[in-house]
Structures are given as C-alpha cells and as structure tokens.
Design a protein around this ligand. Structure first.
Ligand code: ADP
Ligand code: MG
Length: 380
C-alpha cells in the first residue's frame, strides 16, 4: 500500500501531498553546539515522509506507520501549552504548536508519518519528523518561511514540547542540506553555509557503525560535560568556549583543574578541527579530512571522556581494516561511529568491524553507508 493509501485507510480522506525530510549525520564538531561553536553535518539519503492534509478546525490527528495497530493520537492546538503532549506525537504536534506560538495562522492537520531513519542510531529521526511536518505546514498554509526559519521552529518544538535541550544542528541539516554537500553551521550566529562534499565523485563512502549500545549514564554524562564547559568558560572569562582559541589553552591549563582543562581543550580543538575541515573540503576534497576525524575521536576519548569500549572498537577496527579516518559521533557513551572509507573497501571494513565485535563479545553492530542528500521538500 502506498503512503497515500495508508493515509486514506487511517483518516478516511486523501492527503493533500507528501513531504520528506532526511535524517543527518555529523561529519565533525561534537559537543561544540552548546558552546556556541561550529558543526558540520550533512542530510543523509534516508528520510521521513509525511502525508498531510489541512483541517478546518484546530484538531491535530497524527499517526505513524511504526505503529501497526494504526493508532491515531488526537490533540487540539487551541489552548495547547508547552509540554502538554508526550510520546512521539510531541514531535509533529510540537511543530504546529511552535508555528502558532511564533504568530503564524494555521488550523489543524491530519498527518501520517513513515520513516526510513532508524531511531536512536544518532541520525536524528526526531528532526526528520519535525522538518517533514514543518515543510508540509509551511506549504499547505502558505507561510512563506525559509529553511533557517523552519529550523528554529523545529528546534522550539523539540526544546519546549518534547522537552529535549537540543541545538539547531539537526534541523539545519535536514532542511538546508544539499546533495554532495555538508552544512557548515555557526551555532552562535546560526549562519549556515553549504560546503562541497563530493563523496561519490571521489570514490568515498561514509559508514555509520551503530553499536546499538545506549549507556545508562548518557544523560548524567551529558549534563556534567555541559556544566564543565560552563565552568571553564566562566573561569576563563568568556561568554562561551567558542571565544577561546588554541593559543589560549596554555593560559587555561594554569587556571583550570586538570579535568575541566581537558573538557575545555576538547571543545577548543574540536572547533578548530571543524574550521580546518571546511577549509580542506574547499581546497582538497573529502579525503583530506580523514586525519581530523581520527583526532576528533582521540579528543573525545581522552579529553572529553565520552567514548566507550564499543565505540573505541568500532573506530580502531575500522581503521585497521583500511578506513581512512574514523570517530565516534553524537553525544557519546554509545550510539554510532562513522568511518570514511574508499568505496571498494566498504565490504571489507564492515566485515572486519562485525568480526571484531563478535570476538569482543559485543552485540552485532548495524553498519550502513550514508551519502549527502538534498534537504526537506515536497515529494508528491
Ligand atoms: P534520534 O537520535 O533518532 O533523533 P531521539 O530520541 O531524538 O533520537 O528521537 C527518537 C524519537 O522520535 C522516538 O523515540 C520517537 O518518539 C520519535 N520517532 C522516531 N521515528 C518515528 C516514527 N517513524 N514514528 C513516530 N515517532 C518516531
Ligand atoms: Mg533526536
């Protein structure tokens, strides 16, 4: 059954159209977002689709193909407040709520979501939903918002309706991405710029190695890292760690305790690596950024201390099998690693990593290639 047919099946009417928004992977720039720094994600070739229709009242009905029972969650936009919706419906409903909060005139919608973005693999299935709904509402209600404006709406939905304190990276990548390009985002100015990332043309692939590990201390670890960054910036007398350069690290080492210093050094060097990667992509192409991926991992493993045995093994075993560069990606303590590999080495590297996990007694990882794709838009 097509998605339009499933929509008819569940809602009893035809959708006005189908929109898609991709997940994303972050090439480099980890834990830099909340330090006002730089990130370099790209929109991946796996998307979330939404079949949508406007309503004449303020009701929102949402359903997802991941619930086979065909469950429909019904809410009403009028009088809706932040935090009123929980569960997965908070993502789509939150977007319509955020649009109204921002002063845009819209009524309710019927929405059926169908996602190819795996949940919890660090590919931002949440932003994919938000951005698909955002572009659908933008078009059906003729709001005339651009990608950067819609990204802020998606972020607000996630921050205030879902209650997750996330930055703007995921939505920016999903909305602004372009085939063969990465999105260089300055998290302070919110300025986004496309940078060429011609993977296919250069015979390269980016492998995502999902360790399928989610460590119980991920939340506490994230909060404590954020705190350390705030403390570091405070002692150094800057608004955010973004304002420190590598030249300031000598002074920082004298002022900060060892642990805080290493947290700060990760963020400062990571920001420098993102900027170096952007320069290299413009001059030399994707192959040239491989050593920066390796350095990013070492920094997260040793200075920020957010890796785990499974992520380290994913990185080490992929490198040993011929990956050009590799690093953990995302918040840490589990989730995925990424490896830059030559297309002809994809199978060998994948098999070697799987084998290494088996020998270590770890859960079998899920490994797949992603490539830079176009951002959100209408598909039919
Ligand atoms: P991710 O890293 O994948 O974005 P999040 O925890 O931020 O992880 O978002 C995952 C949440 O998004 C899921 O728990 C679920 O609530 C929602 N979600 C993801 N995919 C779907 C889907 N196909 N249908 C409905 N909800 C989904
Ligand atoms: Mg998410």
């Amino acid at each position: 059954m097509t998605l339009a047919q499933q929509f008819e099946d569940r809602f009893g009417s035809v959708p006005a159209g189908i929109w898609a928004a991709p997940g994303r992977v972050n090439v480099i720039g980890e834990h830099t977002d909340y330090n006002d720094g730089f990130v370099l994600p790209f929109a991946i070739d796996r998307a979330t689709l939404v079949a949508a229709a406007v309503r004449q009242d303020s009701a929102v009905r949402v359903s997802s193909t991941f619930s086979e029972s065909g469950e429909i969650v019904v809410t009403d936009l009028s009088g809706l407040k932040a935090g009123d919706v929980d569960g997965w419906a908070a993502y789509p409903v939150g977007v319509l709520w955020a649009l109204r909060e921002a002063g845009h005139e819209l009524q309710g919608m019927d929405l059926l979501i169908d996602s190819q973005v795996p949940v919890g693999a660090g590919l931002s299935s949440s932003a994919a939903i938000e951005c698909a709904v955002a572009v659908a509402a933008n078009e059906l209600y003729r709001l005339g918002l651009n990608g950067s404006e819609l990204a802020l709406i998606g972020q607000r939905a996630e921050n205030e309706m879902v209650g997750a304190p996330t930055g703007l990276m995921d939505q920016s990548a999903s909305l602004l991405g372009k085939e063969g390009h990465a999105v260089f985002l300055d998290c302070r100015s919110q300025h986004a710029e496309l940078v060429p990332l011609p993977m296919k043309e250069d015979g390269l692939a980016l492998l995502v190695i999902d360790t399928r590990v989610s460590h119980s201390h991920a939340t506490g670890g994230y909060a404590s890292r954020r705190r350390a960054c705030e403390v570091g910036a405070d002692i150094m007398g800057v608004p955010a760690l973004r304002d420190l350069s590598e030249a300031d690290l000598r002074e920082a080492s004298g002022l900060l305790d060892d642990e805080t210093f290493r947290r700060v050094r990760h963020v400062v060097t990571e920001n420098a690596r993102v900027q170096a990667a952007v320069e290299l992509l413009r001059t030399d192409g994707p192959r040239a950024i491989a050593p920066l991926l390796d350095a990013s991992h070492v920094s997260m493993r040793d200075d920020f201390e957010i890796s785990c045995p499974e992520l380290d093994l994913a990185v080490d075993s992929s490198r040993e099998a011929g990956a050009l560069g590799s690093r953990m990606t995302g918040g840490g303590f589990g989730g995925s690693a990424i490896a830059l590999v030559q297309v002809e080495d994809v199978d060998r590297v994948s098999a070697a990593v799987t084998d290494a996990f088996d020998r270590a007694g770890f859960k079998e990882p899920v490994i797949f290639a992603v490539s830079p794709a176009d951002g959100a838009g209408r598909v039919s």
